[in-house]
Design a protein around this ligand. Structure first.
Ligand code: GLP
Length: 263
C-alpha cells in the first residue's frame, strides 16, 4: 500500500483529484469506481475544476458507484444517485449512458445485484476504484464481518453507520437499515484502488486498516491484499499511524522507488 499524507482536507482533495485525472488522461475510456460521503466532495470539486479549466474529458469514462440505500428512489435527496448527480455528474461531460449507480428502489435488489456485477464485467472490470472509509472500517457498505469474497449484494447496516449517516436525514428512524453494495471481492478485482480519508474521527480506523491485521472486522484492511492500493490522508486522519516517517520518506523519494519497481 502506498500511503500519501497531505496537510489538510483541501490538499488531500487536490492530490486525489490529480491522481484520478492522470489515470483518465492515460486511458480516456477509464472505468472508474466512485464513492459517496463527505470525504470525496472536495475531490469531485477539483475534478470539476480540471474539467472546466483544463478540459479534462469524461466523455468516454464509464463509472460504477459503490452503493445505494435500499428503499430510496434515485430522486430522493438522501439517495446516493441524487448525491452523485448534484456533486459530480451534472457538472462534467460524462455520458449518462456510461453512468452506473446501484438502484435501491426496486422489487428485487438481489436480482439487481447480479445484473450490476455483469455490467462491471461487460465494461472490462474497474480500472480505478475510489473509496472512502466508515468509522467502523467499512468500504462501500461492507460492514464488519463481510466476507472478503463477497460480491454486490444487500447488506444490513451496522448501528454506528446508521448513527453516523443520520446527520443527512431529519430523524435517525428515516435512515435505511439496508443497502446494496459492491462486495469486497468486487472491489479487490479493481486494477487500482484509491482510498481517501480525512479528520480525527477516522484516525483510529485508518491506523487499524493500514497497520493492523487483515480482518473482516475492519473490511478496509482487505486493501492490504491488493497489489496496487494507494491511500491519501490528511494529517488528522494519519495522526495515529506509527510509521508516518517511513511513508513520508517513500513519498518524497518516489522517483527512486518508481525506477526500481518500474511504475
Ligand atoms: C457511507 C458510504 C461509504 C463512505 C462512508 C464514509 O457509509 N457508504 O462509501 O466511505 O459513508 O462517509 P464520509 O466520507 O461522510 O465520512
Amino acid at each position: 500500500m502506498e500511503i500519501i499524507i497531505t496537510s489538510d482536507y483541501e490538499d488531500m482533495s487536490r492530490v486525489s483529484a490529480e491522481y484520478i485525472a492522470r489515470e483518465i488522461k492515460n486511458k480516456h475510456d477509464l472505468v472508474l469506481g466512485l464513492a459517496t460521503g463527505d470525504t470525496p466532495i472536495g475531490t469531485y470539486k477539483h475534478l470539476i475544476n480540471l474539467h472546466n479549466e483544463e478540459g479534462l474529458d469524461f466523455s468516454k469514462v464509464k463509472s460504477f458507484n459503490l452503493d445505494e440505500y435500499v428503499g430510496l428512489a434515485p430522486l430522493h435527496v438522501n439517495s446516493y444517485n441524487y448525491f452523485m448527480r448534484e456533486n459530480f455528474f451534472k457538472h462534467v461531460n460524462i455520458n449518462q449512458e456510461n453512468v452506473f449507480v446501484p438502484q435501491g428502489h426496486i422489487d428485487d435488489p438481489e436480482q439487481f445485484s447480479f445484473w450490476y456485477e455483469s455490467q462491471i464485467q461487460k465494461a472490462g472490470g474497474i480500472d480505478l476504484q475510489v473509496l472512502g472509509i466508515g468509522r467502523d472500517g467499512h468500504i462501500g457498505f461492507n460492514e464488519p464481518g463481510s466476507s472478503f469474497a463477497s460480491r454486490t449484494r444487500v447488506k444490513a447496516l451496522y448501528k454506528q453507520t446508521i448513527e453516523d449517516n443520520a446527520r443527512f436525514f431529519n430523524h435517525i428512524d428515516e435512515v435505511p437499515r439496508f443497502a446494496v453494495t459492491m462486495g469486497i471481492g468486487t472491489i479487490l478485482e479493481s486494477r487500482k484502488i484509491l482510498l481517501i480519508a480525512n479528520g480525527r474521527s477516522k484516525a483510529d480506523v485508518v491506523a487499524q486498516f493500514i497497520e493492523g491485521p487483515v480482518t473482516s472486522q475492519v473490511t478496509a484492511s482487505a486493501l492490504q491484499l491488493h497489489c496496487y492500493a494507494t491511500v491519501i490522508l490528511d494529517e488528522d486522519a494519519a495522526s495515529k499511524l506509527t510509521r508516518k516517517e517511513y511513508y513520508n520518506w517513500v513519498r518524497d523519494n518516489k522517483h527512486m522507488v518508481q525506477k526500481r519497481v518500474g511504475r
